[in-house]
Design a protein around this ligand. Structure first.
Ligand code: 2BA
Length: 108
């Protein structure tokens, strides 16, 4: 058995949960926060048999878009009159996916 752990943007999570459920997969959504942007995202846990991993990856890919987000770089100078650096654009998504081996799965 495998555990697929997918970090997705909040804008994509509803479509992904609907798609996974429609296709018969059990999934759990956790609220999470990205370390770089410090903004909310969602982490989806999906426990599945190994032969279903590729199908689940395709479903995730079909629901999660790449978007660009503006980030204000931290200025290293602080005096009055110093120029504030312009925002930079970072790409975010589609999804960051980890596939883990599951040693044991129980429902007790
Ligand atoms: P964040 O950490 O908020 O990162 C958002 C986006 O900022 C990243 O998009 C990436 O394009 C950029 N970024 C991240 N760290 C950077 C850095 N040190 N310098 C420059 N740009 C940087 P994604 O790669 O699509 O990642 C989206 C979210 O997935 C991340 O949000 C984080 O929550 C998670 N993530 C990505 N890679 C991860 C990893 N190796 N381990 C754990 N979580 C990860």
């Amino acid at each position: 058995m495998k555990l697929v752990l997918a970090i997705v943007q909040d804008q994509d999570v509803q479509a992904l949960m609907t798609t996974l459920t429609r296709e018969g997969f059990s999934a759990t959504k956790l609220a999470s926060t990205g370390g770089f942007l410090r903004e909310g995202n969602s982490t989806i846990l999906i426990g599945i048999e190994e032969e279903k991993v590729d199908q689940v990856l395709r479903l995730i890919g079909s629901c999660c878009r790449t978007r660009k987000q503006l980030v204000q770089p931290i200025s290293t100078v602080g005096g009055l009159g110093d120029l504030i650096p312009p925002p930079i654009e970072v790409p975010v998504g589609g999804a960051t996916v980890f596939v883990l081996n599951v040693e044991r799965f129980e429902k007790v």
